[in-house]
Design a protein around this ligand. Structure first.
Ligand SMILES: [Zn+2]
Length: 376
């Protein structure tokens, strides 16, 4: 059966990877090993489009994915990430201009970006997110719900960060967000850059709650279908994040670079050997008598440990977010600790789940007099 590409509608699509079952809610906090091991699992049936390079889980089941107040998506406990949020807010408010008087963020999480944006713009700030639970924001007004079906008002700027990759029907969602925009308004969309995942063969970037894996070319095709003719793409966060500023005015600076279909084959081959490669590597480290911890207990950690034959060889997960302490990496009995557990411990190796934090992790290890060795 031919499945049309959800981005560009091409029929030139095919299966690229079918993963083993993996936990569907890697960001939901679980506080017992049993609940963690009993978690709901599904495979990812990753399809790809030869015409635009888009990848998506053709078997995605949104009924098993939970976004409520037990969802822990923040990375804001990292100083590195805080600086990145500051830079992003400054760049986006400069791009939107000083005259923008209201900004709507869809999928705003706990409002950390709106709170940073409050220092960079005079605009009124509004957010929507069903996982929102806290107060304590300076002036953003956040609604703890999904974006309502019919617009309550129109905004000159609408931003969505790390949201569109979670949506089963991205075209309908983009069209829906467009209804909340004024005619000359700007839609700012930030998603993980899947071109990096494919070219660097990053198995741990496959996460069940991500239905969609966009590259710049595919994302611009999607926005063009939704009536945005002027799309400007930027990469940031060590090329991990892809941002597009979309307007309806006809002037296109969009990407003309597409992921070659052959890259899908290399990606698929790398993923098929990931389980054996890492299980063998872990066993060799374990044989030397070292304890192995992973640094980061979120989505990538969930994909990583659940892919292993020998997950019991991971001694624990480290996460600087205190909300995660005492929780378990979904699908496993691997408990999460603060870095202090490594204080003065010898013979420890640490695997960073995201290399962008390598410097920050090394600093933290020195700070607590840990001799742990960081491996990639
Ligand atoms: Zn396509």
């Amino acid at each position: 059966m031919m499945i049309a590409c959800p981005c560009c509608l091409s029929g030139a699509t095919r299966r690229v990877v079918l993963t083993p079952s993996m936990p569907v809610n890697p960001c939901i906090l679980v506080r017992s090993a049993k609940a963690s091991c009993d978690t709901v699992r599904r495979p990812i049936d990753l399809h790809g489009c030869a015409d635009c390079g888009f990848l998506w889980n053709a078997a995605f089941d949104e009924t098993v994915v939970t976004y409520d107040q037990t969802y822990e998506g923040t990375q804001s406990h990292s100083a590195y990430f805080q600086r990145y949020l500051q830079q992003t807010a400054a760049a986006w408010s400069a791009e939107l201009g000083p005259d923008v008087d209201a900004i709507l963020e869809v999928g705003c999480g706990q409002g950390e970006f709106l709170d940073v944006l409050a220092d960079k713009t005079k605009a009124r700030l509004v957010g929507y997110d069903p996982a929102y639970r806290q107060g304590g924001l300076r002036r953003a007004a956040i609604n703890p719900e999904r974006l309502p079906a019919s617009p309550k008002e129109r905004f000159p700027a609408l931003v969505n960060r790390m949201t569109l990759e979670h949506i089963a029907d991205p075209f309908t969602f983009v069209s829906h967000m467009a209804e909340w925009l004024t005619d000359d308004g700007c839609l700012v969309t930030q998603v993980p850059n899947a071109e990096r995942m494919v070219t660097n063969m990053l198995y741990c970037d496959l996460i069940y709650e991500h239905v969609n894996y966009f590259n710049a070319f595919a994302l611009v095709r999607l926005f063009e279908r939704a009536g945005f003719e002027n799309n400007t793409c930027h990469l940031s966060y060590d090329n991990q994040h892809l941002t597009v500023f979309s307007r309806r005015s006809p002037k296109n600076f969009g990407s003309d670079k597409v992921i070659a279909s052959q890259a899908f084959d290399a990606f698929s081959a790398a993923i098929s050997t990931f389980r054996d490669d890492w299980s063998d590597r872990l066993a060799r480290i374990h044989d030397t008598g070292s304890d192995v911890f992973i640094w980061g207990a979120g989505s990538r950690a969930t994909t990583f440990i659940n892919a292993l034959r020998n997950p019991e060889m991971i001694a624990g997960a480290i996460d600087i977010n205190p909300n995660r302490t005492g929780t378990f990496v979904q699908g496993t009995a691997c408990e999460t600790h603060l870095p202090e557990i490594l204080r003065n411990r010898a013979n420890v190796k640490v695997i960073a789940m995201n290399p962008i934090y390598a410097t920050e992790i090394s600093c933290k290890l020195r700070e607590i007099s840990s001799c742990a060795e960081l491996i990639s």
